[in-house]
Ligand binder design. Sequence first.
Ligand SMILES: Cc1cc2nc3c(=O)[nH]c(=O)nc-3n(C[C@H](O)[C@H](O)[C@H](O)COP(=O)(O)O)c2cc1C
Length: 330
Amino acid sequence: MININSELQIKNSVFKNRVIVPPMASQTADELGYVTNETLNHYHRLATSDASLVLVEYSYVSLDGKSEPKQLGIDSYEKVMGLRQLSNMIKQTRVLAGIQLVHAGAKSTSELTGGKLIAPSPISTPVKGQELEIPLQATLADIEKLKKDFIRAAKIAVHANFDVIEIHAAHGYGINQWLSPITNQRTDQYGGTLYNRARILFEIVSEIRALFPKLIISVRIPGQDHFENGTTTTDSILISKKLVYLGVDIINVSSGIGGWRRPRDRRGEGYLVEDARRIQKHINAPVIGVGGIKTKKYIEENLQNKSFSFAAIGRAILENPIMGKQLLTR
Ligand SMILES: Cc1cc2nc3c(=O)[nH]c(=O)nc-3n(C[C@H](O)[C@H](O)[C@H](O)COP(=O)(O)O)c2cc1C
């Protein structure tokens, strides 16, 4: 019977167990987005959890998609060396290394990006307790640039020896703004129907897959926006099916425009797993479930009832990485 220590092979990599560390911004990069010693130490600590995969935090694919001052960047080949040190250090502990690629879109400030904010439509992204800037509507040239930025970032990740790349399409950041009817009100081929709203994501994924047939690609998608008139879990099922068809290996199910924190109507351990379960039932690829997960019992029950194939443990491992090891050995 499947348990927390069951291996799973994806492409050429063996995931040694069913626990992964999800991306968590550490604010340890320098002001230009380079890996520092603090970054290396931080991820060395997370890797001692003995999870099968550590996903390095959201890293901006271009300066105009940066959203925090000490955010890690994956926007230039000059960063390959530091990123390679980071992936090698994680892999030396027999843990697979992944990195999340993000463009913040309108969920940033023009001060931080050093210019304008670009998003699908001139609509400010709703964030609790904050009034964000109204972005400019992306032109077709901006869309081409955005796609190129993601593709260059994937190339940098491969040069830097990462096993997995993850496209961040959740938590209200850039790609989520394209997926959501709240923030995407375009009338061209990148707006309107669900397929049109997801077109930019589909195009990015297809190009990366064509360039790197053996690379493990994960997409972090919103299980739903958790916002009135936002994307629904049915939308996410359809998007996930298409992503898997295009060659995506892992679907990491989190939340949408409302951000990663627990939605008001969700309780307890695995507060976002309900969405993951619905998606896992419909696709033939591993799904990652998340949200306050911390016990072996919960993980094994949900592996056995096929709610997910991997459990992401974020804050509990951040607080005490040894907790991961204890779950896996007990
Ligand atoms: C400090 C911190 C930073 C985070 N940064 C990211 C990030 O870079 N990318 C992302 O997709 N999620 C990010 N998240 C969300 C986590 O990946 C995870 O989904 C969330 O913490 C819920 O899981 P947990 O209850 O196990 O902590 C962050 C969470 C925390 C606590």
